[in-house]
Design a protein around this ligand. Structure first.
Ligand SMILES: Cc1ncc(COP(=O)(O)O)c(C=O)c1O
Length: 384
C-alpha cells in the first residue's frame, strides 16, 4: 500500500538533540558521562518506600485532574514559607507530568499564531520547539559572552506589541547562573504596562549556592500576577525518571492552563503524588539540597583547580561551565567529541544553545554525580 503523503513538518529545523548525540557517543566509547543532566546515585529509600506503600495500599487509579489536594496543599505552604505568596491549592496549583509538560502546556495555552515569545539564549531546548508547534515566533535575547548576564536594554527593545510571552529560567541550565533580585526588578519594570505573560522555569529552585536565595517570580507582586511558574520534583528529589512537578499561577491563568492540561495529560501518577505529599512534610528534604549540591560542586572544582580549564563557580543548578580555550582552538562540538573519543569523558558543548550557535569555547559538566564519578572526570581533565 502506498504511504499517505506526509504534511510538511511543524518543526523542519529540529534535529537529533545534542543530549542524544553526545549520550549515544558516550555509551559507544564507554566514556565517564557528565553530559546528561541527571544523578548517577539513588533517591532517598524513604521516598521510594512511600511510593511502594501507596501502591500496596491501593492508590492506583486516576488522580484528580489538578493533582491530589494534600500534595497541592503542601506545595502551597512551601511557597508561602519560602517566598511569602499564597497560591490557593484549589484553584492556583496543578501537578504536572514534569516541567517539560508544564512548559509545553503553558505555551499551548497562551501562544497563538504569530505571537512573539522572548527566549533568553542559551536556553533549555524544549522552549523553542513548543513555541514553533503553536505558531509562535521565538525572539532571542542572547546572554553576554563575558559573564552571561542579561543586557536588559536589549531585552526591553525586543518587547513590543506582538510580545505575548517571556520565558525565563533561574537557576539556569546550561549556564549555572541565577537571576539576582535586581534582574527580577528590571524585568518587572519592563513588563509593568504590558499584557505579557511570564513563564518562569524554576526547576532548580532548591539548588542555589553560597548563601544566595532563589529569586522566584512569586516574590515580586507584578511579576507574580502575570506568571506561570514550573517546578520539577524530578530535579529536587533525584528522580528525573518519575516526570512529576507542579505549576502555580494566579487563578485566571491557571484556569486557562487547566483547560489544556486536562486534555493532553489529564492527571499524573497517583501513588507518586501520595508519596510526595508525605515526603514534603519534612522541610529538610528540599531545604538541604543547596548544601548537598554545593559540596559536589566544590569537590569537582577543587579536583580540577590545577587543570588548564577556566571557570567561575556555578551559582545554582547542578551544572558547571568550563572554558577550554587555553587547551584548543577546536569548536566546542569538535572538542567535546574529541574528549569522548580520545579521553573517554562526555560533556555538553554550549554553542547549540546559543543564538547563531555562538561558540564561546564553553562546555557544560553535570556534577549531580557520585564523588567517584567526579574524581574520574577530574583525573582526565587534569591530564589535558
Ligand atoms: C531548565 C530545565 N527546564 C525543564 C526541564 C525539564 O524538567 P522535567 O524533567 O521535570 O520535565 C529541565 C530538565 O533538564 C531543565 O534543565
Amino acid at each position: 500500500m502506498p504511504l499517505p503523503q506526509l504534511p510538511s513538518s511543524k518543526l523542519p529545523n529540529v534535529k537529533t538533540t545534542i543530549f542524544t548525540t553526545v549520550g549515544n557517543l558516550a555509551r559507544k566509547h564507554k566514556a565517564v558521562d557528565l553530559s546528561q543532566g541527571f544523578p548517577d546515585f539513588e533517591a532517598d529509600p524513604e521516598l521510594i518506600g512511600l511510593v511502594s506503600k501507596a501502591m500496596m495500599e491501593g492508590h492506583n487509579q486516576y488522580a484528580p485532574m489538578q493533582g491530589l489536594l494534600p500534595l497541592r496543599e503542601i506545595i502551597a505552604s512551601k511557597i508561602k514559607k519560602l517566598h511569602n505568596r499564597f497560591y490557593n491549592p484549589k484553584t492556583e496549583i496543578t501537578v504536572i507530568a514534569g516541567a517539560t509538560q508544564g512548559i509545553y502546556t503553558a505555551i499551548s495555552t497562551f501562544v497563538n499564531e504569530g505571537d512573539e515569545v522572548i527566549v533568553i539564549k542559551p536556553a533549555y531546548d524544549c522552549y523553542e520547539p513548543a513555541i514553533a508547534v503553536n505558531g509562535g515566533i521565538a525572539i532571542q535575547v542572547q546572554l553576554n559572552a563575558q559573564d552571561y548576564t542579561v543586557n536588559w536594554e536589549e531585552f526591553k527593545f525586543k518587547v513590543g506589541p506582538k510580545t505575548r510571552m517571556v520565558i525565563i529560567n533561574t537557576p539556569h541550565n546550561p549556564i549555572g547562573r541565577i537571576f539576582a533580585k535586581s534582574d527580577m526588578l528590571q524585568l518587572q519594570e519592563i513588563l509593568r504596562d504590558t499584557n505579557v505573560i511570564l513563564l518562569s522555569d524554576e526547576v532548580y529552585e532548591h539548588i542555589v549556592f553560597d548563601g544566595e536565595e532563589h529569586q522566584s517570580v512569586s516574590r515580586f507582586n507584578d511579576l507574580a500576577s502575570r506568571s506561570i511558574i514550573c517546578s520539577s520534583f524530578g530535579k529536587t528529589f533525584h528522580v528525573t525518571g518519575w516526570k512529576i512537578g507542579y505549576c502555580v499561577a494566579p487563578k485566571e491563568l491557571m484556569h486557562a492552563f487547566q483547560k489544556v492540561h486536562q486534555f493532553n495529560v489529564f492527571c499524573v501518577p497517583r501513588p507518586v503524588q501520595h508519596a510526595l505529599a508525605t515526603y514534603l512534610e519534612t522541610g529538610s528534604h528540599y531545604l538541604d539540597l543547596g548544601a548537598f549540591y554545593q559540596a559536589k560542586r566544590d569537590f569537582f572544582l577543587d579536583a580540577i583547580k590545577d587543570s588548564r580549564l577556566k571557570f567561575t563557580p556555578s551559582q545554582g543548578s547542578y551544572f558547571q561551565l568550563v572554558d577550554y580555550s587555553a587547551l584548543s582552538e577546536q569548536s566546542d562540538e569538535e572538542f567535546a567529541k574529541h574528549l569522548i573519543i580520545d579521553h573517554k569523558l562526555a560533556c555538553i558543548p554550549i554553542s547549540s544553545f546559543n543564538t547563531h550557535s555562538r561558540d564561546d569555547k564553553m562546555l557544560r559538566f553535570c556534577f549531580a554525580k557520585k564523588e567517584e564519578t567526579l574524581e574520574k572526570a577530574a583525573e582526565i581533565l587534569n591530564l589535558l
